[in-house]
Ligand binder design. Structure first.
Ligand code: AKG
Ligand code: FE2
Length: 218
């Protein structure tokens, strides 16, 4: 029988973690509409746009360490890394929901996820992130990618779908996931190539990764 949610777990609706665990085990990815409420998404989006207006975002880079560089033909979004020790109230709501989910996933899968790192992302019209995989050869701590979309009014034609390639390095099959506000997408970081199709309207999101300790590899 399903455990009743304790008060500390109130950020998530009771069925959400179990649906995500099942999808991850079965398919390696999950797409969950309404992970946060419209009001929570609105608060995060408003704050993200304020930070953008204040000039806090930077051009995203690719690679790690000294190899990190701007590569606008690969990705042209702008990002702002979150400092987990200094989150705003709306960010903390999301962080707490993610942390609860992390513990649930650990219990269901024994993945040993220890923490989460993430950044705000803004894709101005015309920007994209070409096909890539999120795990670097020299940094394998990232186990599960998480993306929360923040555009409350996304509609077909707005672009910016997440294309998830389902068969390793093959170009097919794939699915296109709509970046609708409040939807959480999570997938095994080392398994899925993916790309962000060109956005035709401004696209807001929070991308992050659940990680294991650096000595552990899966
Ligand atoms: O925003 C998305 O849908 C995916 C972003 C992404 O792939 C990344 O930042 O690594
Ligand atoms: Fe990615």
């Amino acid at each position: 029988m399903r455990q009743p949610a304790s008060p500390a777990l109130s950020a998530l609706s009771p069925d959400t973690p179990e649906a995500i665990e099942d999808a991850l085990i079965e398919k390696g990815y999950a797409c969950v509409p309404g992970f946060l409420s419209p009001a929570q998404v609105h608060a995060l989006a408003a704050e993200t746009l304020r930070l953008w207006d204040d000039g806090e975002f930077q051009f995203a880079r690719i690679g790690t360490g000294t190899n990190r560089q701007r590569c606008p033909q690969v990705r042209s979004d702008r990002i702002l890394w979150l400092d987990n020790d200094h989150l705003s109230a709306p960010q903390k709501v999301y962080f707490d929901a993610l942390d609860e989910l992390r513990q649930r996933i650990n219990r269901a899968t024994m993945m040993g996820l220890v923490d989460w790192e993430g950044h705000l992302a803004l894709y101005p019209p015309g920007t994209f992130y070409k096909r890539h995989i999120d795990v670097f050869a020299n940094a394998r701590e990232r186990q599960l990618t998480t993306i929360l979309y923040l555009n409350p009014n996304w509609q077909p034609g707005d672009g910016g779908e997440l294309r998830l390639y389902l068969d390793g390095a093959e170009m097919e099959p794939y699915i296109d996931l709509e970046p609708r506000g409040g939807t959480l997408v999570t997938f095994l970081s080392s398994r899925f190539y993916h790309e962000v199709l060109p956005a035709h309207t401004e696209r807001l999101s929070i991308t992050g990764w659940y990680r294991v300790r650096s000595t552990r590899h899966f």
